[in-house]
Ligand binder design. Structure first.
Ligand code: SF4
Length: 372
């Protein structure tokens, strides 16, 4: 069965980073029975224990080996900020002293005024971001590192524990470009959608990207029907270039070719996210082109009036202009929303996440982000 040799033990890693298949392989190599894998996963994702020693139906030698070799969630909760609309933003410290932010949005009223039971978490996928979208607070500080799958899952476990509410909707719209961290993203998606893991329906999981066309094609192969959102923010290359540096590498034609490829694999409608910025991308001609592109893809359009970001000079268009823009897109038969952002009063709306931790020594800033 298990033999432990401290001198040859690898550096501990988190059990949260493993899928069922990964753990089956690890346990098989240790000579453990397959049902021990199921028991282990139940302790982590059903019982939500915080210490491996609590896995009381595992043999003592297995528990000791697991405790010596692995840990569970090592995110340290530093701070919570609550918004008037009950949105809450959490700051976590990672094992290397970096920080990430995660947002929890318990919707009380859904579409058409109906009561909603949706409880959404907006998770970060990287510390900082290398893509530098011009509206985005996260891009301001540059890229530091990818989050591991365990750190992505750790955000969910931590938020559920602190908020004392189960999550049933996940958006990868926190700090970082998730598709630039594809390996850890797909591993986390396995845990999120797995019946042995979080067991959240794939249709309640949305990955948002700035438009990494080759990675969109790769993620299309993920077997579960997850949703995709694109930070478009410009309907022509000329306008998108002003906002999204990634557009130089993967211009609109290449991006939309990848989106059509995605549509051949997934039934769910793609969402085109479009932040309305006064005098930059809010010309009504852009609305007409956007409508045409959305129609060709059978996509939804989410219009988001720009949220002021400290350090950036752009402005939100007037409400009447936002409505005029929306009406042009909607008139083409596109499912269009003009989003009333939640969390704007705590900088937790799209494009506003940024690590900012005040301490007695001053302000610690690390990159965190927004939309991808
Ligand atoms: S919007 Fe997303 S991809 Fe763009 S800079 Fe912000 S985090 Fe990065």
């Amino acid at each position: 069965m298990i033999e432990t040799n401290q001198s040859t033990q690898p550096k501990p890693s988190s059990l949260l980073g493993y899928s069922l298949a990964d753990l089956e392989t690890i346990y098989a190599e240790m000579g453990e029975k397959p049902y021990r894998v199921k028991q282990t996963m139940e302790w982590i994702y059903k019982q939500r224990i915080s210490d491996i020693e609590e896995m009381s139906n595992l043999p003592a030698n297995l528990r000791k080996h697991l405790s010596d070799t692995y840990y569970l969630n090592d995110l340290q909760h530093i701070e919570t900020k609550g918004a008037a609309d009950t949105t809450r933003k959490f700051l976590f410290r990672l094992h290397d002293g970096r920080y990430v932010e995660t947002v929890f949005i318990p919707a009380s009223v859904g579409l058409k005024g109906k009561q909603s039971t949706r409880k959404t978490i907006c998770v970060s996928s990287q510390v900082g971001c290398a893509y530098g979208c011009k509206f985005c607070a996260s891009g301001l500080a540059g890229f530091t590192r990818n989050l591991t799958a365990a750190e992505i899952i750790g955000q969910m476990l931590s938020v559920e524990k602190i908020a004392e509410q189960p999550i049933n909707n996940i958006v990868f719209m926190g700090m970082g470009e998730p598709l630039a961290n594809l390996t850890n993203l797909t591993k986390a998606l396995e845990v999120i959608t797995g019946h042995w893991g979080f067991n959240i329906g794939a249709r309640s999981v949305t990955v948002s990207t700035s438009g990494l066309a080759p990675q969109i094609r790769k993620l299309a192969e993920f077997p579960a029907p997850i949703r995709l959102a694109i930070s478009l923010h410009g309907a022509t290359d000329e306008v998108r270039d002003l906002i999204m540096p990634i557009n130089k590498k993967y211009p609109i034609k290449e991006l939309f070719d990848a989106l059509h490829y995605w549509r051949t694999h997934k039934k769910q409608k793609i969402s085109l996210e479009y932040i309305l910025i006064e005098g930059v991308n809010d010309d009504l001609d852009q609305a007409a082109i956007l409508a045409k592109r959305a129609k060709g893809l059978n996509a939804k359009v989410n219009l988001i009036p720009y949220n002021t970001v400290e350090g950036l000079n752009w402005k939100r268009p007037s409400e009447s202009h936002c409505i005029a823009f929306r009406d042009i897109v909607a008139a083409a038969g596109i499912n269009t929303t003009l989003r009333l952002e939640k969390g704007g009063d705590i900088n937790a709306a799209c494009g506003q996440l940024r690590l900012k931790k005040e301490t007695s020594e001053g302000i610690i800033k690390a990159p965190v982000k927004t939309t991808s």
